[in-house]
Ligand binder design. Structure first.
Ligand code: ADP
Length: 471
């Protein structure tokens, strides 16, 4: 089977969050299962682009409304990722350093999708499956089926994976003219709530729709930023498949970012050495339990609750723990997290940054990883934490509910709480501080969580079964 993944992110070329990790790993595991998997993404100006060799695969041009663009498709020459990675260059739109956050993101991602289809419709062979990810590629199934110029692609089966339903790529109706001429009887497929909604359109047009955990698929019917009823309507073609983690990147036994490699055989020593490095770097006391938070500082992650939760936890348990934060996002959350730094010197630090290496060091060196998320489609952080023997302290929601079992329940290894609230976060942290005082149980939990099967192998097979069900 040949599968083409089309995505705005793919690790290590460009990453803003979990989408990149998934698109950088799933194709590799699909290749291991004997299939051909390729990834097509925009050619941002990232470090990976400049550090690798590329070959030009195709040159073409496209029209988007009144504007004309030339585009070029390049392929990473050495196949170092374990699958073919193609990048689409469109001068004036995609030649930027960042992935998102520009005023013309609608134009950037619409042109990207058109370029991919222009290329595919001129290509010599047809993939069996076109697998699109999130709203940035949500118009592709519609265009394949309804734009007259892409008739050649109309019978190819499509799958949409939703990594995050909060963002939907809303566009005003004038922008529907950006798409190559389409069958206007089908306008209803583009529409949701009087807007063109690329995510809703993907859900309507793809042959199968998945979310990145079964728990999120259940919750999305009640909480999907306005798409709840659509999920109700389309329930028959929707399933949840839990993400895995890429053991080639996330394994404490071989991770080159961390100071001391370790496996289940030397957890105690490995955790100690990695914790020492973190504590030395940030001036923390190694004797105290070390909490970390890694992620986007946004409402979905309940990052706005962190400043008050941490301050009140310090008031209630003075000198009882250290806390390190790595992330960036809402400016007011960043400022609030930095503001409390002065009051807790030696116990607390915030790094407002995106830092892949430090994130690995934090998973390896911390005792506890806090994830109080309001919404968590799957969550990879808790899976990485578990793999690195760091106890996840999580709110029971979406993928967190599916992957973390409270240590007081049978076979458990984490700490779970019910509400994204200051009170529940502090309660979870208090249980963690108490647990830390029992090193034997801590050691058992670490050993247990490091054995939990979180690899992509099982989930990659589930995707293959899903493709087969529509072929
Ligand atoms: P998201 O909703 O952001 O996609 P996930 O838990 O699915 O959340 O994935 C987050 C990924 O992004 C993880 O690989 C995590 O380590 C990484 N990450 C998030 N913020 C940062 C940061 N500031 N620095 C380094 N890595 C980060």
């Amino acid at each position: 089977m040949e599968i083409i993944h089309i995505s705005a992110e793919c690790y290590p070329m460009a990453k803003a969050g979990g989408l990149a990790d998934v698109v950088g790993a799933l194709p590799k595991y699909q290749q291991d299962l004997g299939h051909v998997a390729k990834v097509v993404m925009p050619m941002y100006r990232t470090k990976f682009l400049y550090e690798n060799e590329w070959t030009v695969e195709h040159k073409g041009n496209l029209r988007m409304g009144e504007a004309y663009y030339d585009f070029t498709i390049i392929r990473e020459a050495s196949n170092k990722l374990g699958f073919d990675l193609y990048c689409v260059d469109i001068n004036g739109l995609l030649d930027r350093e960042k992935i998102y956050g520009y005023d013309d993101d609608t134009e950037r991602f619409t042109a990207f999708q058109i370029a991919v289809l222009e290329w595919m419709s001129q290509w010599q062979h047809r993939p069996d499956i076109v697998h699109v990810h999130d709203h940035h590629t949500g118009l592709i199934p519609f265009m394949m089926q309804n734009c007259f110029v892409y008739r050649y692609l109309a019978s190819i089966k499509t799958v949409l994976t939703i990594h995050n339903a909060q963002y939907q790529g809303w566009m005003s109706w004038e922008k529907a003219t950006y798409l190559p001429a389409w069958d206007t009887w089908k306008w209803g497929l583009l529409e949701w709530d009087n807007m063109v909604n690329p995510l809703a359109c993907g859900i309507k047009c793809a042959h199968k729709v998945t979310t990145v955990s079964p728990g999120y698929m259940r919750e999305i019917k009640y909480n999907a930023n306005g798409l709840e009823f659509l999920f109700e309507l389309e329930a028959g073609k929707c399933t949840g498949i839990i993400n895995g983690i890429d053991y080639a990147v996330w394994d404490p036994a071989i991770d080159t970012y961390i100071l001391s490699n370790f496996s289940t055989k030397k957890i105690k020593e490995g955790k100690h050495l990695n914790k020492k490095k973190l504590c030395d770097d940030f001036g923390f006391d190694i004797q105290l339990p070390l909490f970390v938070f890694i992620g986007r500082l946004v409402g979905e992650k309940a990052a706005d609750l962190l400043p008050e939760s941490i301050s009140r936890a310090f008031d209630q348990m003075p000198g009882a723990f250290s806390f390190l934060i790595l992330g960036s996002g809402e400016k007011y959350v960043e400022a609030a997290l930095q503001n409390i730094q002065e009051q807790h010197v030696g116990y607390y630090n915030t790094q407002i940054a995106y830092n892949e290496k430090l994130s690995h060091q934090m998973y390896a060196g911390a005792d506890f990883l806090l994830m109080p998320s309001r919404v968590e489609p799957c969550g990879l952080n808790q899976l990485y934490a578990m793999r690195y023997g760091t106890v996840p302290v999580v709110r029971r929601t979406g993928g967190l509910r599916d992957t973390v079992i409270d240590f007081e329940d049978e076979g458990g290894y984490g700490i779970c709480f019910n509400n994204a609230s200051v009170a529940d976060i502090i309660h979870g942290m208090t249980r963690a501080v108490k647990l830390y005082k029992d090193p034997t149980t801590m050691q058992q939990l670490r050993w247990r969580m490091m054995q939990v099967e979180t690899s992509w192998e099982r989930s990659a097979l589930q995707y293959i079964d899903l493709y087969l069900s529509i072929l």
